[in-house]
Ligand binder design. Structure first.
Ligand code: OVM
Length: 405
């Protein structure tokens, strides 16, 4: 066993690479690692973890979306849940396969439907306008804390219907669930150390009586009242919202601001046509991949692009590398809001594709539209600092200056 999964042989023709993708230095500045991973071939064997990794667009998409051969029920991190006990009861939507997945996914999809999210758009826009006004007033501010964290932790708990909001615990829980996808390294251990304070609070907020009669949580509990799922399953699906809905949007908003601050020509295009906000958001997803890596587990002996993959093999699907693959994306390393990057893998692909993407887009569009309408220039006011995490690519600090029109 290695990191909770079976040790595998090096498949014929696959290069052995001793890089540690979870080294904080790689996580903070992954572009060389991404490029080398793609250059080495469709798959590499990571000797540090006895696992395969892929970072070319085609193979990453194939492995990530083929739920029959590459299952999620054995965990989407390095640990194989068929061999080791996970750190928390598995998610009943992320870490399961059909047919069970089909049922839970339908419930959460209904709660986060285009109609449900459409009803929130005005509230999201108002909150974004107000926040951007406040930041313009300040001029220079810390964009991770004061924008990227503040916005989602204001609008999202409200949309879920939480009666109690605790920004710190919501962000720290995200840090835990996403670092849990990686190896038992210092990053994971530091995040997990907050568990005793954070986990009981999160579990408490998932209970029916803790939720308002309207919101995503209420819709999920309505499915329990209708007998579609149990009350306990409803609580677990609310836990999924709180697991996946905070750190991801925190990451993408910080990165969007970084992209605009470092590409003033692109910000000019956005200001000239604020309707491009949705494409600026989409291109930020492709260009920065807020979720950089998730794993799958081969559940059968199989083959991808001529490479034999044995049952029990963990495959790191490096979404961040696939989204920058120059053989799929012309001028992949350019942030270009005119690109319309359909098919990027930042939200996954296939049956496990991000179920919260309507919510994420509504938040992103609201914030970027408010910035496009109100802000004349965005400048870096200091060095951006990245925050290494085993599966999230996000900034820790981003000092910026907004100047008004
Ligand atoms: C969950 C969940 C879903 C997506 C991502 C995630 C690791 C968690 O259902 O708990 O983060």
């Amino acid at each position: 066993m290695i990191e909770g999964h079976k040790e595998i042989e090096v498949p014929a023709g696959v290069p052995v690479w001793d890089v540690d993708p979870y080294d904080p230095a790689v996580l903070s500045d992954p572009s060389d690692y991404y490029a080398e991973l793609r250059a080495k071939g469709p798959f590499v064997y990571l000797s540090t973890y006895s696992a395969l990794a892929c970072g070319r667009y085609e193979e990453t998409k194939e492995v990530f979306s083929d739920w029959e051969r590459f299952v999620s029920s054995r965990g989407v991190g390095l640990q194989d849940f068929s061999l080791e006990e996970p750190w928390r009861p598995p998610s009943i939507v992320l870490e399961v396969d059909p047919p069970y997945h089909t049922k839970t996914r339908a419930v959460i999809e209904r709660a986060l439907s285009p109609k449900a999210v459409g009803d929130l758009k005005e509230t999201f826009r108002e909150a974004a306008g107000k926040l951007v006004d406040e930041l313009l007033e300040k001029g220079t501010f810390e964009a991770v804390e004061e924008l990227a964290e503040t916005y989602p932790t204001t609008v999202f708990p409200e949309a879920v219907g939480l009666r109690e909001n605790d920004r710190r615990r919501l962000v720290d829980y995200g840090e835990m669930v996403f670092s849990a996808i990686g190896p038992d390294n210092e990053l994971r251990r530091n995040a997990m150390a907050k568990g005793p304070d954070v986990v009981p609070w999160i579990m408490e907020q998932c209970q029916r009586e803790r939720l308002k009669p309207e919101g995503f949580g209420a819709t999920i509990y309505a499915a329990a009242a209708a007998g579609e799922i149990t009350e306990e399953e409803a609580g677990m699906l609310v836990r999924s919202l709180l697991s996946a809905g905070v750190d991801t949007t925190v990451a993408v908003l910080g990165s969007a601001l970084w992209c605009l601050a470092s590409n003033p020509g692109q910000f000019d295009l956005l200001k000239a046509d604020p309707k491009l906000a949705r494409w600026a958001f989409e291109e930020t997803l492709r260009y920065t991949s807020p979720v950089h890596t998730f794993c799958r587990t081969a559940n059968v002996d199989t083959e991808v692009s001529g490479v034999r993959i044995a049952e029990g093999t963990k495959v790191l699907c490096v979404l961040g590398a696939a989204n920058l693959d120059e053989s799929h994306w012309p001028e992949a390393d350019k942030f270009d809001i005119g690109r319309r990057p359909a098919g990027h893998l930042a939200l996954g692909a296939g049956i496990h594709g991000c179920v919260g993407q309507n919510v994420a887009r509504a938040e992103g569009e609201a914030v970027l539209t408010a910035i496009a309408n109100k802000v004349e220039s965005i400048e870096l006011a200091g060095q951006p600092v990245w925050r290494p995490n085993n599966s999230i690519h996000a900034l820790a600090r981003l000092p910026v200056t907004f100047r008004g029109a």
